[in-house]
Every structure is written in structure tokens, then in C-alpha cells.
Write a protein that binds this ligand. Structure first.
Ligand code: FAD
Length: 693
């Protein structure tokens, strides 16, 4: 019989699917990741084409320990690198670091018993895995994970040894649920955990100390289990940094801050994502606080032409640039300033080491665009860098700070010092020229995009996202400096430039606003969009209750804007109740005019309850307003209203959660525990949603 066109199409699709299945990862891993692509020039692992088989990978590279990470903001990844380095330098383990998303897990049942796998797992949002851990998590939580069946143990993972550390935040209900659930799943599958399953708590601000306290007994247990001998740790660089006096920084192949090869070649193209930002024009920017001493920015970022799309409630990620002042400080104190524009090639000395930025580049570009130089310093990094101090006296003092938790807190944390500030103070300005640049690449996080809850409605402005950002500027009593937030001050400088300030320089920070090779000229900012589950009900006639003090109101501006447009279009829109709080009506009442305008469209279905904490004799917060409106809230919930909370995760969101349980219990004459159960059930049914940070 002859094949008709449809048959041919079906066959072709089947064939492609089959090829794709059998080559999973081998051919397309590099292509799907333009950042990985750009790194292919410098990274041995990428050059060979990636295998998704971890056992094969360990065998090929002569390793006996893999440290997997599930990371969202980079901290888990950083801890994973630190564990891998320490395992090698102290115990002679042959370690590699691995992104959970880069491997398959079907063959864990044949994982050799003389090797070990570490899992450093952040818990994200409401107990969810980080984006890169989703597949792994789903695999091991399947009712019967589909292992190869070639293992020889009683249970599938009888021979599998693992170590586990979790990064969580106790202000969230599902505290450290990733590490807890993974640990449980592994144990049920017969695996053996070595040491305790560690838990770090960001909520209590003790993450780093929890990590340091956990790892010592873990190393002891691991040394015993694998028969390892501890040795004198000597620093071994992870990266080979070669200066290239033969190259001119203006040469076409030198990265001057371009995030990947597409951008370098000047043909930046989509898809734009967490590895490939879109250089977006800022269509409009304005100050929305009336207070003199604080800033809040409203920015409209134009996505048209990028193929990026969003829906109301999503997040936009802004890729920051470090302030010139801090870049200079760093390059001066490390003695690199005179050769800041020297071209360098950076390579992993081991094929499994990933260089966190594209190369060849320059010291200036690496520090300005890729390294989180302004962040707080870790105690472990202080210990490691001590050996490269300019003299023995400074070395002794740094060692002391690194070893003594309280002293570290007093001298570094309470003074809000970043690494360059610490080095400056310790050496009295004398350059730390002996520190290998590799150590900075290893010890300083890769700069992270910052997320912002989009404050516009995709129904009203499909191609333009708005951001509502408070400019971070904090001064702790014992700190010699005011700490300026990296991204928000960069955005502030962009806003000032847009408003005609010829030399925008908020607080002398001096950002390179034109970007690498002037590619961001004309008020542009690199961004990508991240989709979220924080969503309006699909049926606009459903009532909604929103609690969003401060910048927590951002997504609700989008929500109300959307419902006002639906009302204008004649749709039936349900009750739309917003609780907003700030200091004073005259200082920081965000979007006062917008609410008035949308009230015209929504009429009585829109209710705005405001709490001004510094206007009267007593502080009034959104919590008070919720209590005052308890009856109405309960009635709306009984009509299946959706309840949304956005903003401060540490106090407000938790208090609103317990207050709502209390309100429900009181109003319905139930015991408080019942109220809590109802809120839990609402969360499970997505009727209670949080967007908190
Ligand atoms: P960073 O440089 O990241 O600094 C942040 C804070 O850390 C500073 O305030 C400072 O106190 C402290 N810090 C920094 N360095 C040091 C140091 N060396 N020592 C001691 N302390 C230090 N923000 C908004 O304004 N609006 C939003 O709509 C919004 N939505 C968000 C949505 C999500 C999902 C998430 C995760 C966050 C959201 N944020 C929002 C927060 C935002 O992402 C940023 O964290 C915030 O703007 C600060 O970024 P920054 O780079 O300016 O500050």
C-alpha cells in the first residue's frame, strides 16, 4: 500500500521521537543551553558532549564521589563546590560537582558501593524542589522508581551510599522538605546515609553556621565508612587562569561581560531564559515614593520583539551589574587593578569543573558582570584565604576570625562587610596580591539574577512588564558602610539616566550602564521571565482577597489592573479586596492614583483597606485590618474566595497565615486547630497562594 502524506508525517515524527529518546541529552544538552555552548570553548567536559550517565562519568574521570546540587539562588551550588573541594583536599576523595538536572537516575541501583553521592538540596517556595531538581525528585518519588533492575541488593538501592544536606527556611511551613523527603525516599529504597541529614536554616540566619557544624561529624563518619585518612589540606586551584598579553580585549572573541556566545557575536537571539537574558529597553521609569530618604522604582520593561511572554503573577528576573565603586575596590585590594583589562583564559583544571563565566574575558569583566562581590562573606572563605595574606600577622588574625564563630560575627557580619571591604580593613589597604584568582572564582558566588513580582497585567499590557522595586540601602549600627543593594541601585541609576541625568551616579556607585561594548546603551537591562503558580482564578467572578504590604502589593497591582479591564469589558467580576500597608499615606502609599482609577471600573466590588503604621499613636499593620474585617473575610472564603499573600516571608506571611486560621475558627465557632486545618486544605487546593521573599 502507498503511504499518503499524513502517514509520512506520522512516521517522521515517530522516527524523530525515537532518535530523541535514544540520544537523550547526548546531542541536545549543549544546544538547549546557549550558556553551556559558550562555555564549550573553555570547558573540557562540554567539549566531549555530555553523558547523562553518572556512573559512566565517575568511571571515565576517575572519581569516587559526586556532589549533586539542587539550587535556585546559587547557595546550594556553592556549598556543593565547597564540599567537593574539601573532600579532595582533606580526605583525598576524587570529587566532582554535578547539577541534578544533568543526569539520569535509573541506574542508581548499580551505583558502586565503594563510591558515594552527596545531595545538597535547597527547598524552594512551598516545599517544592528547585527548578533543576524537579525531574530527580519526581523520579525517586514515583511509586516504583524505574531502576535498571541490574542491582544485586535486596532493595534497589541496597549498595548506594549517600550524604545529605538541606537548605531551608523555618518561616515556611514545609521547612527543608526537600532533604527530608529525599532522605526518606532513599532510605525506603534501601540506601545507606552517612552522617546526619543536615539542615540549614535561612530563616534563623544560621545557614552558614548550620552547614559548618554539620559537616565535621559528617566527614568523620564518611572517613570511617570509606576508610579515608585525613591529611594536611593544601590549597589546589580548581581553575587555570592564564593571562593572554597576546590578545587585545577589543578582539571579537573576548567576552567583556556578554553572557554567552550569541550576545558576544552581536546576534543575541531567543529563546530567552535563565541562561540567556534579553537586553530589554526600559520604556518608562519613575519614582513612586514621596519620602525624600527612600526610593521605590516603577519601571516598564518592554518585551516586544523578544518572544518572551508572561501571565499576570509571573516574575521577571533582572541581571545586575556590580557598581563601579565596588569593582574598583575589589580590583585594588587584590592588586589586579593595573591589569584589569588584561585578557585571561579560564579553564577547569579538572574536566568536571565548570567555569562560571565565559572566557576568554578580562579581570574587569569577570568581576563586574559575573561575581557576587558585594555579598556577605562566609567564615570558611575567610579561613581559606588566610594562607594568602600579605604577611603573617594578618594571616594569624584572619585564621582567628575564620576559626571563631563569635569573633567572626562581631568583626565581619555585624559590620556588613563584603570580601573586598574585609580585605581592605585587615591589611590596611595593602594589596592581597598572593591570592590566586582561581580562589576568588571558587569562593565568590556567581552573580544571581534578582526576581521581581511583575506588577502589571498581561491582559492589559501583553508586551510590557512592570516592576515595583524598593531601592535597598541599609545601615547597621556597627557597620562602617551603608550597604547598597546591587540590583536595585543599578536600576535606580538607569532611571536617573533615563531622566536626563548626564552622569547618573547614585551615591557614587558609578555603574557601567552602557554594558559590554555599549550593548545596553539607551537604557536597556538584561532580563528573563520566570513563570509562577501565583495566579488569579480563571473565572473572574470568583471573589479574591489580597494581602500585600509594601512592595508585596506588586503582583496585586497586576491583579486589580486585570480585573478592572475585565469589568470595563463587561465581564462579571467578583469581589476584589486588597489589604495594603505602609508607613504613611504621604510617603510610601504605592499606586494611590491607580487604585482610584480602577475603583471607577470595579465600583463596589473593589475594596481597599489601608494600614499606615506610623501615622497614629499605635502602629497599624495589615494584620489589624484583617482582624477588623474578619466577618467579611470569612463570608468571602465561604463563597470560595481565593486568598493571596505577597511580600515579607519572615514575619508578615507567617502571621497572616495563623491569623487567618484564627479568624476562620472564631467566625465559624470552631477550635483553633480546625481553623489551621482549613487553611492547610486551602493551600493544598491552591485557594491560598503565597508569593513571598
Ligand atoms: P542585594 O545586593 O541582593 O542585597 C540584599 C540585602 O542583603 C540588602 O538589603 C542588604 O541588607 C543585605 N546585604 C547585602 N550585602 C551585604 C553584606 N555585605 N553584609 C550584610 N548584608 C548585606 N523586591 C522588590 O522590591 N519588589 C518585588 O516585587 C520583589 N519581588 C520578588 C519576588 C521574588 C519571587 C523574590 C525571590 C524576590 C523578590 N524581591 C522583590 C526581592 C528582590 O529579588 C531583591 O532581593 C531585592 O530587590 C534586593 O536586591 P538587590 O540586588 O538590590 O540587593
Amino acid at each position: 500500500a502507498q503511504l499518503d502524506t499524513l502517514d509520512l508525517v506520522v512516521l517522521a515524527v515517530l522516527l524523530l521521537g525515537t532518535i530523541a529518546y535514544f540520544t537523550k541529552g547526548t546531542y541536545w544538552a549543549v544546544a538547549k543551553d546557549p550558556y553551556g555552548d559558550s562555555l564549550a570553548h573553555t570547558n573540557g567536559a562540554a567539549k566531549k558532549g555530555k553523558s547523562r550517565n553518572i556512573i559512566e562519568k565517575l568511571g571515565e574521570s576517575g572519581k569516587n564521589c559526586v556532589v549533586f546540587y539542587g539550587s535556585q539562588t546559587g547557595t546550594a551550588e556553592d556549598y556543593a563546590s565547597r564540599l567537593a573541594k574539601e573532600g579532595h583536599s582533606r580526605f583525598g576523595l576524587q570529587t566532582m560537582v554535578a547539577d541534578l538536572e544533568d543526569y539520569d537516575y535509573e541506574n542508581l541501583d548499580t551505583f558502586p558501593s565503594d563510591k558515594v553521592a552527596f545531595f545538597v538540596l535547597a527547598t524552594y517556595g512551598e516545599g517544592e524542589p528547585t527548578d533543576n531538581a524537579v525531574d530527580f525528585y519526581e523520579f525517586i518519588h514515583a511509586e516504583e522508581p524505574s531502576f535498571s533492575g541490574e542491582g544485586d541488593g535486596e532493595k534497589p538501592l541496597s549498595n548506594f551510599k549517600f550524604v545529605a544536606f538541606g537548605l531551608g527556611n523555618n518561616t515556611y511551613e514545609h521547612y527543608n522538605s526537600m532533604v527530608r523527603n529525599v532522605n526518606k525516599a532513599f532510605e525506603a529504597l534501601g540506601a545507606t546515609r552517612i552522617g546526619a541529614a543536615g539542615e540549614g536554616d535561612d530563616g534563623a540566619g544560621t545557614m552558614e553556621e548550620d552547614f559548618l557544624a554539620w559537616k565535621e561529624p559528617m566527614w568523620a563518619a564518611l572517613a570511617e565508612s570509606m576508610g579515608l585518612e585525613e591529611r594536611e589540606a593544601v590549597y589546589e586551584p580548581v581553575f587555570d587562569v592564564v593571562e593572554r598579553p597576546d590578545m587585545d580585549p577589543e578582539e571579537d572573541q573576548v567576552y567583556l561581560g556578554e553572557p554567552n556566545k550569541n550576545h558576544l557575536e552581536g546576534t543575541s537571539k531567543g529563546p530567552y531564559n535563565a541562561n540567556n537574558p534579553y537586553i530589554a529597553p526600559i520604556a518608562e521609569s519613575r519614582e513612586i515614593f514621596t519620602a525624600k530618604d527612600r526610593n521605590c522604582l516603577h519601571m516598564e520593561i518592554d518585551l516586544s520583539g523578544s518572544n518572551l511572554s508572561y501571565t499576570t503573577g509571573d516574575h521577571v528576573a533582572v541581571w545586575p551589574t556590580n557598581a563601579g565603586k565596588e569593582v574598583d575596590r575589589f580590583l585594588n585590594i587584590t592588586g589586579l587593578a593595573p591589569k584589569r583589562h588584561t585578557v585571561i583564559s579560564v579553564k577547569g583544571l579538572d574536566p568536571t569543573a565548570k567555569v562560571p563565566f565565559p572566557s576568554p574575558t578580562t579581570y574587569d569583566a569577570a568581576v563586574r558582570y559575573h561575581m557576587e562581590i558585594c555579598a556577605p562573606v562566609s567564615r570558611q572563605f575567610v579561613s581559606t584565604i588566610a594562607q594568602f595574606a600579605p604577611n603573617d600577622e594578618i594571616k594569624a588574625e584572619m585564621t582567628k576570625i575564620g576559626n571563631d564563630k563569635e569573633y567572626f560575627h562581631e568583626t565581619v557580619i555585624e559590620r556588613s562587610l563584603n570580601i573586598a571591604q574585609l580585605l581592605e580593613i585587615m591589611s590596611n589597604g595593602e594589596p592581597w596580591s598572593k591570592v590566586p584568582f582561581s580562589l576568588f572564582i571558587e569562593g565568590i558566588h556567581k552573580i544571581q539574577p534578582r526576581y521581581y513580582s511583575i506588577s502589571s497585567s498581561s491582559l492589559v499590557q501583553k508586551d510590557k512588564v512592570s516592576v515595583t522595586a524598593v531601592v535597598e540601602s541599609t545601615h547597621k549600627p556597627n557597620a562602617p558602610h551603608i550597604v547598597k543593594g546591587v540590583t536595585t541601585n543599578y536600576l535606580l541609576a538607569l532611571k536617573q539616566k533615563q531622566h536626563g541625568d548626564p552622569d547618573p551616579d547614585p551615591h557614587g556607585l558609578n555603574y557601567a550602564l552602557d554594558g559590554p561594548r555599549n550593548k545596553y546603551d539607551g537604557i536597556h537591562v538584561p532580563v528573563h521571565v520566570r513563570h509562577s503558580n501565583f495566579k488569579l482564578p480563571s473565572d473572574p467572578s470568583k471573589p479574591i482577597i489580597m494581602v500585600g504590604p509594601g512592595t508585596g502589593v506588586a503582583p496585586f497591582r497586576g491583579f486589580v489592573q486585570e480585573r478592572a479591564a475585565q469589568a470595563r469589558a463587561g465581564e462579571k467580576v467578583g469581589k476584589t479586596v486588597l489589604f495594603f500597608g505602609c508607613r504613611r499615606r504621604t510617603e510610601d502609599f504605592l499606586y494611590e492614583k491607580d487604585w482610584e482609577q480602577w475603583k471607577q471600573d470595579l465600583g463596589d466590588s473593589f475594596e481597599l483597606h489601608t494600614a499606615f503604621s506610623r501615622e497614629g499613636p499605635n502602629k497599624v499593620y495589615v494584620q489589624h485590618k484583617l482582624q477588623e474585617n474578619a466577618k467579611e473575610i470569612n463570608e468571602l472564603l465561604q463563597q470560595k474566595a481565593y486568598f493571596y499573600v505577597c511580600g515579607d516571608a519572615s514575619n508578615m506571611a507567617r502571621e497572616v497565615n495563623s491569623l487567618l486560621a484564627k479568624i476562620i475558627a472564631e467566625q465559624r465557632g470552631l477550635p483553633e486547630s480546625k481553623g489551621e486545618d482549613i487553611v492547610k486544605a486551602m493551600r493544598a487546593a491552591n485557594q491560598y497562594q503565597e508569593d513571598v521573599w
